[in-house]
Design a protein around this ligand. Sequence first.
Ligand SMILES: *Cc1c(COP(=O)(O)O)cnc(C)c1O
Length: 382
Amino acid sequence: MTTTPLKIPFNRPTHTRLVDHYVAQALHSGHISGDGDFTRRCQELLSGLLGDASILLTTSGTHALELMALLLDIAPGDEVIVPSFTFSSTVNAFVLRGAKPVFIDIRRDTLNLDERLLEPLITERTRAIVPVHYAGVACEMDPIMEIAGRHGVAVVEDNAHGLFGAYRGQPLGTFGVMAAQSFHETKNFSCGEGGAIVINDPRYIERAEIIREKGTDRRKFFRGLVDKYTWVDIGSSYLPSDLLAAMLLAQLEDREWVWEHRSTVWNRYAEGLADWSRLNNVAMPLVPEHCKTPYHLFHMVMPSAQSRDALIAHLRAAGILAVFHYQPLHLSPYGERIQSAADCPVTEEVSERLIRLPFYTNMDPVDTEAVIESVCAFAVEA
Ligand SMILES: *Cc1c(COP(=O)(O)O)cnc(C)c1O
């Protein structure tokens, strides 16, 4: 069997003008381990944009989530409420500490966790609620924060998609006690593999620094607050190399440019596919009025699993790679082993019908038009 050569990939990592320059600077600076000058500059820039939160770069979004679970002292027997419609890392971080995931279903419109289902899932053992801002569009944070507050449960955001998005004018990542960011190759801002923890509750800052630095008080030592550093707590190594921070800083400084490019592609898809989607009964992504999106991805929900698979095949034959996600975690092999009782019908239905179109910062407008044209040539069979 021959396959058509790929003309339009699903993703390309974001590239901005200062990346090469900053990486070369970092390389020759003599400091290529963690917490160098570029790391500090990324953290300060992010802090300024995220309500003065404390920011620590990490080696991945996954590791930022793990750090959050450690800081919350999640222990065996604890329960954590998470959507089943997400990436494994959202849940793994807590499962690694022995917690039991309690899966919550999603809303049909934004595909975010359905806040109307939240309260009945809270028990005496619930320690955390983890909103995932899907595609960078905010979960309904007002009711989520209200319910969590009333029950004394921590909210920690998985904001891997949502950096620079907002809910009622407030930046995503600043609602919970903490939030995780990802700078993986597939995210809006990327250094290959990387992440950050956003700490909004100052009680967690000192311990976060210690856990991230192998359980030592090394950061205090560098600030001159102690005269030697030593092992003071459990910990790991969650510091990215300053080379990666250099790559990231260049992109963060050009965030307006990144936003502009991504919004252009997104809006062109929305416009170019509007008539086709109405004719074919395809649900387009929704961005509610009170939400600002950072345009992380472009997804559509097809009328059936068959039409979704057929559209992916149709595009692939034209050399265009479209993909789907997420396999519901409660139906995955590991999810079924640890938690089979989840009641998530919308998650199950949507995950079979969702398609993601090629979408990246540096996408050539010619390619965007080619994708639109190819999609419009596909008719869903009645
Ligand atoms: C990408 C992603 C992660 C993990 O981030 P990494 O940096 O790849 O470890 C976690 N949660 C969600 C929702 C993601 O999309």
